[in-house]
Design a protein around this ligand. Structure first.
Ligand code: C6P
Length: 431
């Protein structure tokens, strides 16, 4: 029995393969002669027929602008748009439905908090604590507001094994810390961060906590209250929904006290020629015509995910990532970034000294039908910390199978053998 077979996940950890039938693109003719192995889910996921149908249904039967008309179609659209908000509330365990603001995505949500809350509250010398593993979307908005307000950015480092070095929190958190903004799952290392522990420490010094949950809400059960999140951001397109829709969760009293981010229609109660009064939550933060159909379709995606169960989806991906990690660890000269499988979500990034990540991804696509992402994955500072400029990333979702992982391993081994037949064996390591 091979090492892979010995460590094979229990069948019960895996979801039934039949759910793939719900995803037309997986059986479509994407690549000439190769069945598609889609392992780029951290970038964006595919959509099931149920979500595609929801989009068609709204446009064919129910579509109009929301919150504006008293005619039937406007009422129908408004009702479905607001039902989507309630569905999001339930998904993340928020207390009040008005704590759910629809945005364009994670990036837009974080920018909203940085500009609105940050602009109103940050003073010179105030500190914002980020981490070394943040996506650019949770770095640049803070850099921008820090340079406007005189606030100072600090960063939690990572350990050799690719975990957050939470032992440093005692020194990094202090009376000047106003906000800790961090990712729940690293899109490059796969690390699952201990958000509730960090949030408790942040709250103990009076700081707020913003969670970038782009890579966790789609993959595991989430509860903003047990997590200790004051703000949380995520995107619809990473959870089987359309692009152009995302969510900002914020505690009601915080959102209430924040000034509107954008001005325009819908976000006002009353407007005069010289001034306006903002609308109540959540409309205050939804200026202009919102992403109506994307919100309704995201709600269909939530129904789909809830029908399968986020616990089961998480277990499925744990089984896949374990297999991928073990297989990649056997490949000569390959460096796996990030921690052991028990600390990571369903993705693995790796680097190979002698082959550029783009070359790797190209061959995997062209010769093996395996779609992965190559580059810095919008985490340039993290890559610099790791001493590299790029990596190759395979990221999984509910429709991936063990056979997909095996195809990836087959492709990686073949590329390695082709480009670096003399490569010396190196132990896989984190960080
Ligand atoms: N990461 C990836 O390939 P948007 O683009 O706004 O939906 O999400 C931004 C974002 C924020 N935080 C994290 C942790 C993310 O992973 C992402 C998106 C994609 O890793 C595209 S760069």
């Amino acid at each position: 029995m091979s090492a892979l077979e010995k460590n094979a996940p229990q069948k019960s950890d895996l979801l039934p393969e039949s759910l793939r039938d719900d995803f037309p693109i997986l059986s479509g003719d994407v690549l000439d002669g190769h069945p598609l192995v889609f392992l780029d889910n951290a970038a964006s996921t595919q959509r099931p027929r149920q979500v595609i149908d929801a989009i068609c249904r709204v446009y064919e039967r129910d579509y109009s602008n929301v919150h504006r008309g008293i005619h039937t179609l406007s009422e129908r659209s408004t009702e479905q748009y607001e039902q989507a908000r309630e569905k999001v509330r339930a998904l993340i365990g928020a207390e009040h439905v008005e704590e759910i603001v629809f945005t364009q995505g994670t990036t837009a949500s974080i920018n909203l908090v940085a500009q609105s809350w940050g602009g109103a509250n940050l003073k010179p010398g105030d500190e914002i604590l980020l981490t070394a593993m943040e996506h650019h979307s949770n770095l640049v908005p803070w850099q921008q507001i820090a340079s406007k307000t005189g606030a100072v950015l600090r960063h939690v480092p990572i350990t050799e094994t690719g975990l957050l070095d939470i032992a440093t929190l005692d020194q990094l958190l202090g009376p000047r810390t106003r906000l800790v903004a961090l990712t729940s799952v690293s899109n490059t290392l796969g690390t699952i961060n201990p958000i509730s522990t960090i949030a408790a420490q942040a709250h103990a010094v009076g700081a707020l906590v913003l969670v970038d949950a782009a890579q966790s809400v789609p993959h595991q059960p989430t509860n903003v209250r047990t997590m200790g999140a004051d703000f949380m951001a995520f995107s619809g397109h990473k959870m089987l929904g359309p692009s152009g829709i995302g969510v900002l969760y914020g505690k009601r009293e915080l959102l209430d006290a924040m000034p509107p981010f954008m001005g325009g229609g819908s976000m006002i109660q009353e407007v005069g020629l010289e001034s306006f009064t903002p609308a109540a939550l959540p409309a205050k933060f939804e200026a202009g015509t919102p992403p109506i159909v994307p919100a309704i379709a995201m709600s269909a995606a939530i129904d789909y995910l809830s029908g399968i169960g986020l616990d089961a989806i998480h277990r499925h991906q744990q089984a896949l990532v374990k297999r991928a990690y073990q297989g990649l660890s056997q490949i000569t000269g390959l460096r796996i970034l990030g921690p052991a499988p028990e600390h990571r979500a369903g993705l693995v990034s790796f680097a190979f000294e002698k082959i550029h990540a783009h070359e790797f991804a190209q061959v995997l696509n062209d010769q093996f039908g395996v779609a992965v992402r190559a580059g810095h994955h919008c985490t340039q500072p993290l890559h610099a910390t790791l001493g590299i400029t790029a990596s190759t990333r395979a990221s999984f979702y509910l429709y991936n199978r063990l056979a997909d992982i095996d195809r990836l391993l087959e492709g990686v081994a073949a590329v390695q053998a082709k480009f670096a037949p003399q490569g010396r064996r190196r132990k896989a390591r984190g960080g």
